[in-house]
Design a protein around this ligand. Structure first.
Ligand code: DX5
Ligand code: ZN
Length: 235
């Protein structure tokens, strides 16, 4: 077993979600967020089946890829991830995050993404217990804990998922894989602190970055909150 990374030196990253950006000016949003301190971008793919909303596909990911060298985190809110992981990897997605509640066999999705040379994340809806990822936890690069019901940006953070974040952190630390614990939904200057305290390392933020105010200032506020929460993390 590898020794786990001490909390104080663990890297914590902010990933603005482009779902909240102006789709007609996406290049500008990417540039502004990158200049403002984003560490990665989160792109929400929705198929109208797994979630009621429809967003975008690989062509948009490729367009974003052409505008930034930051890692692209592709959140696949789709019923059949196996059918699409190759296209999203080819489009420039670095981490392909699929839902454990989707139709395909999770172990096969993990194998397929790794065979392609990508990083893989496993996502859990708010009501899905951590046990759903346990059998795969030694093989994933990210565990994404949803803190809203998937489908839309701008919803309120569900604090009841915090114990799951804490348990996911403990599981990943026990395995020593160094996987990220990602938190997605309603993350802003207040909630980021709580998520960091519970052990999250990857913070997806949509409306708190692009929903008003200056993007760089918004990112700075969220980062300060993350570092404050991480400072108080108890493990
Ligand atoms: C929701 C998406 C989120 C969303 C986050 O289904 O997975 O990534 O864009 O947006 P905010 O931060 O506004 O909740
Ligand atoms: Zn997302």
């Amino acid at each position: 077993m590898r020794p786990s990374v001490p909390s104080a030196i663990r890297v914590r990253r902010l990933a603005p979600s482009l779902l909240s950006a102006d789709f007609a000016a996406l290049g500008d949003s990417v540039r502004t967020a990158e200049a403002g301190g984003a560490d990665a971008f989160h792109l929400d793919v929705m198929d109208g089946h797994f979630v009621p909303n429809i967003s975008f596909g690989p062509a948009l990911v490729a367009a974003v890829r052409a505008r930034t060298r930051l890692p692209l985190d592709i959140h696949l809110m789709i019923e059949n991830p196996l059918q699409y992981v190759e296209a999203f990897h080819a489009a420039g997605g670095d981490t392909l995050v699929f839902h454990l509640e989707a139709r395909d066999d999770p172990a096969e999705v993990v194998r397929t993404v790794h065979r392609l040379g990508g990083r893989v994340g496993a996502a859990l809806r708010p009501e899905t217990p951590l046990s759903a990822v346990e059998s795969l936890a030694d093989r994933v690069d990210q565990v994404l804990v949803m803190s809203v019901h998937p489908g839309f940006s701008g919803q309120s953070f569900l604090p009841e998922v915090l114990p799951k974040v804490h348990a996911a952190r403990a599981l990943v630390d026990r395995l020593g894989t160094g996987a990220d614990i990602s938190i997605d939904g309603g993350i802003g200057p207040e909630t980021a602190r709580e998520a960091a305290r519970a052990g999250a390392t990857f913070f997806v933020c949509g409306s708190s970055v692009f929903g008003g105010g200056e993007v760089g200032a918004n990112l700075r506020r969220i980062r300060a909150s993350v570092e404050e929460g991480a400072g108080g993390a108890v493990r």
